[in-house]
Design a protein around this ligand. Structure first.
Ligand code: G4P
Length: 543
């Protein structure tokens, strides 16, 4: 097949949700449609449930699962679908943000009982920043939930995106009767408990059909009213607006009962974008370009502590990846070739000879990769959009055994390269501060430093709540700022200057006192943010 044929065939997306909304269940049902798995229960949730203080066996088990579910591919209706897995736990939000840089679209799952939850809002902010097309699936219609109009209003208000229902539920909870497809004008009747791929379809020429009353009873009138209302209020659905990230189509269903999932999948295949172009530092890179390029968005360490090898997950952005072919590792300025590269078809790891834009491949890594690294066929370019975001919790790592400082050094370096947390240093590297989004990450770091790297250390909590990357057009301004704030200044892994603030409030004060210094909330300094106060990320309501 031609390169263009391969590109047009692919759909690469992530399913995101607040934990427990049904992401794992929906993923599993989608894989069942594609024959990727044969039975329900085959996709393990990658949720990390915090039991007592910290359950390391559980974390290790989950780490194993997340390697195998990092990407799941299957074929359906002539398309090759790549689902990228995202951790549900909020302490791993940064991992999810990075995965969102590697997809072309997103399906957002919302629990009809709980409505829009905190984690949903945060994830949607990232999607909006990147203008990623989003389809919403409102799940658990078989339970007594919020009213559909209320849910639609909530999506509109809290997610800050125009929504457009493409299906409408008939009843809910014990009264849930089915879903009316507003586009095809089909009514799907619900049969609880069906876990097989099965449905009953009734076609109605118009909603005045008396058969509708026979099928639905009292709910028929309510459906007619709802449809009239929706069609009066909403513009016809525009696929172009969806692709521009301005309108999110909404579906209702029940993933557990496999209801409304096929409609979702079929619409997704009709409207979701094939691999799209991506922004690099020097130019935009289109998928159909002849030369290969791609970037690493996730790194996974081997679970066996005796082996330090890792898998780097690379999204192919243009051209063709070929096994054994030398590619340029732009950051290291050298050519590398890969004898081992994996694809993840139907959850099985297979060796790949070739991969195309939209594909995610796992590269065997002996420590050459960091998150954000770019591979090309020679061109010096680096893909944009994999910034570090400001962590919210900070701890100092203190070595407790001087004879094992090498183990600690290499452990911290490797763990931060994997993206488990961010490292900031002070005093020419003698003081090491680890910043993370969630407390669980510290437990993992401490555990892995001791068990995988043989280090001995303790973590001391620091009073910071924000890290801002600082720059200025006037070098003297930075010198002045450093002189008066030395204790709060550190450098990140790349040597960029970072200011550590104790609170949002104290940060605002500092920003006011030093108008000539620019404070950035992500490590990618040339974004939309700058002196005007808070960046888009913050202006949208904090992180
Ligand atoms: P997550 O990955 O988003 O965290 O959610 P997951 O799919 O694990 O689903 C969370 C819980 O919600 C699970 O129940 C799952 O069975 C249930 N669920 C998912 N879809 C539906 C639905 O359409 N209707 C209803 N009623 N429940 C749904 P659990 O008891 O936490 O786990 P399990 O013991 O069933 O695995």
């Amino acid at each position: 097949m031609s390169l263009n044929g391969e590109i047009q065939r692919r759909r690469t997306f992530a399913i995101i949700s607040h934990p427990d909304a049904g992401k794992t269940t929906l993923t599993e049902k989608l894989l069942l449609f594609g024959g990727g798995i044969r039975q329900a229960g085959a996709v393990k949730s990658n949720k990390i449930r915090r039991t007592t203080t910290s359950d390391f066996m559980e974390i290790e088990r989950q780490r194993g699962i997340s390697v195998s579910t990092a990407v799941m591919s299957f074929e359906y209706g002539g398309r090759l679908i790549n689902i990228l897995d995202t951790p549900g736990h909020k302490d791993f939000a940064e991992d999810t943000y990075r995965t969102l840089t590697a997809v072309d679209s997103v399906i957002l799952v919302v629990d009809s009982v709980k409505g829009v939850e905190e984690q949903t809002e945060k994830l949607m902010k990232v999607c909006r920043l990147r203008r990623t097309p989003v389809i919403v699936f409102i799940n658990k219609l078989d339970r007594e939930g919020k009213r559909p109009l209320e849910l639609i209003d909530e999506l509109d208000n809290k997610l800050n995106i125009k929504v457009r229902p493409l299906s409408w539920p008939v009843g809910s909870g014990s009264d849930f009767k089915g879903v009316y497809n507003l586009h095809d004008r089909n009514l799907y009747l619900f049969h609880p408990g069906k876990t097989v791929v099965e449905r009953e379809r009734r076609l109605f020429e118009n909603l005045d059909d008396p058969l509708l009353d026979t099928a639905l009873g009292r709910e028929a009138t309510r459906l007619r009213e709802a449809v009239e209302l929706i069609e009066g209020v909403y513009e016809p659905f525009s696929p172009a607006e969806y692709l521009a990230g301005r309108v999110a189509p909404v579906f209702f269903g029940s993933a557990l009962n496999n209801f409304g999932v096929r409609e979702l999948l079929e619409t997704f295949l009709r409207i979701a974008p094939p691999p799209v172009e991506r922004k690099a530092d020097k130019r935009r890179v289109a998928p159909h370009e002849e030369h290969f390029s791609g970037f690493v968005f996730k790194i996974h360490a081997n679970l066996d502590p005796r082996h330090r090898d890792r898998i780097a997950f690379l999204r192919v952005c243009s051209g063709r990846f070929q096994r054994y072919k030398p590619f340029r590792h732009v950051r290291l300025g050298k050519h590398v070739r890969f004898s081992t590269a994996y694809s993840f078809m139907a959850r099985e790891k297979n060796m790949v000879e070739e991969a195309y834009p939209g594909d995610v491949i796992g590269l065997y890594d002996r420590g050459d990769f960091k998150i954000g690294d770019t591979l090309t066929e020679g061109e010096e370019l680096t893909f944009h959009g994999i910034p570090n975001f400001s962590p919210e919790l900070f701890k100092e790592v203190v070595n407790t055994d001087p004879l094992r400082h090498k183990q600690l050094d290499s452990g911290i370096r490797q763990l931060t390269e994997e993206g488990v947390a961010q490292l900031f240093v002070q005093n020419s590297g003698r003081r090491r501060i680890v910043g993370a989004v969630g407390a669980l990450q510290f437990d993992i770091i401490q555990h892995r430093l001791v068990h995988e790297y043989g280090a001995a250390c303790r973590m001391e909590t620091l009073p910071y709540a924000r890290a801002c990357w600082i720059t200025s057009r006037e070098p003297a301004a930075i010198t002045r700022f450093r002189r008066f704030n030395e204790a709060e200044i550190a450098t990140d892994r790349e040597g960029k200057l970072v200011y550590l603030a104790e609170s949002e409030w104290s940060l605002r004060g500092v920003m006011e006192r030093y108008p000539e210094v620019d404070f950035h909330f992500t490590s990618e300094l040339d974004g939309s943010e700058g002196r005007t106060g808070l960046p888009q990320w913050q202006a949208a309501g904090g992180r």
